[in-house]
Ligand binder design. Structure first.
Ligand SMILES: Cc1cc2nc3c(=O)[nH]c(=O)nc-3n(C[C@H](O)[C@H](O)[C@H](O)COP(=O)(O)OP(=O)(O)OC[C@H]3O[C@@H](n4cnc5c(N)ncnc54)[C@H](O)[C@@H]3O)c2cc1C
Ligand code: FES
Length: 273
């Protein structure tokens, strides 16, 4: 099959998650099976394409959700010009996702921020589907302010449930007098003396600055670089390891990632650019 050939996918729902992030629910002409953490190229006819990690469960085959922060040409076009019923294109999935088999039996420690929650929501759905296989799942979510928290319904459900331990924080709640939760960047809630670090794994996904400080915090907590799974983002073009756009040292993020352990990346200055 031609790896550049997108599958037509009808836009069936648009969900405003926050002032800057929208979730698009797509119904592809044929199922696009993916492993959680892999990415797809979303093609917007006449505009261009961009890589995104599905935010939906990998167990749901007939539909796919993609949560998008509006930052440039393709993503702003989606916000301003697309509507339910439009047909977009999806090619992929590409790259390496989260190695769930390796996570089994372990304490899984997840830190995310901003639109980084998109791949993490997919990961959480996958973990919850088989929750007894994992020793413990802890999730630390950070958002800029209360309004910027995405997936509010799921977050509320996860907070109420007892399958995983979720903690939320916002950088600042200055203009939100009703907020009675934690305040501070996500690293301030990464304090878990009872986490099983020695035989655990950690996962980080978010904006580069958050990824950098969360990784430093995990190292400080005692995780080894090969226990820290980063979901990498680099400018991409082909998505299939041919054009060289997404290089970090000897690796192509589209092919060797986007999920990569920190031990592979720690020697390269551009890792958190
Ligand atoms: C593997 C992978 C998975 C990704 N998954 C997601 C996802 O699930 N959800 C999501 O929203 N994004 C995700 N991204 C980022 C997304 O691909 C870019 O935001 C998108 O390509 C921007 O396209 P554009 O045409 O709108 O912007 P462009 O017109 O290409 O860029 C416009 C401007 O925005 C800046 N810019 C580009 N990306 C970002 C960014 N992420 N944050 C801030 N500024 C930026 C550029 O530097 C440029 O100045 C992912 C990226 C990769 C590589
Ligand atoms: S995007 Fe072309 S090599 Fe990765």
């Amino acid at each position: 099959m031609n790896p550049y050939q997108p599958v037509p996918a009808e836009l069936v729902e648009i969900i405003e998650e926050s002032p800057t992030i929208t979730t698009y629910r797509l119904s592809p002409e044929k199922p696009i099976p993916f492993a959680t953490g892999q990415f797809v190229e979303l093609c917007v006819p006449g505009v261009g394409e961009a890589p995104f990690t599905p935010s939906s469960s990998p167990l749901v085959k007939e539909e796919m959700e993609i949560s998008i922060m509006h930052v440039g040409e393709v993503t702003n076009h989606l916000k301003e010009k697309t509507q339910v019923g439009d047909v977009l294109g999806v090619r992929g999935p590409y790259g390496e996702g989260y190695p769930l088999e390796e996570f089994k039996g372990k304490d899984v420690y997840i830190a995310g921020g901003g639109v980084g929650l998109a791949p993490l929501r997919s990961l959480i759905y996958a973990l919850l589907a088989d929750i007894d296989s994992y020793k413990n799942v802890r999730v630390k979510f950070g958002a800029r302010n209360p309004e910027a928290i995405i997936y509010k319904d799921e977050v509320e459900k996860w907070l109420k449930g007892d399958e995983l331990e979720l903690q939320l924080t916002v950088d600042s709640a200055e203009d939100y007098p009703d907020w009675d939760g934690e305040e501070g960047v996500v690293t301030t809630i990464m304090e878990d003396p009872d986490a099983d670090i020695e035989s655990g794994v950690s996962v980080v996904c978010g904006p580069p600055i958050m990824m950098k400080f969360a990784t430093l915090k995990l190292l400080d907590m005692g995780y080894d670089p090969d226990q820290i799974y980063l979901s990498m983002e680099k400018n991409m073009s082909c998505g299939v390891g041919k054009c060289g756009h997404c290089g970090i040292g000897p690796y192509y993020v589209c092919k060797h990632g986007p999920v990569m352990t920190y031990d592979k990346l720690e020697d390269y200055d551009e890792v958190f650019d």
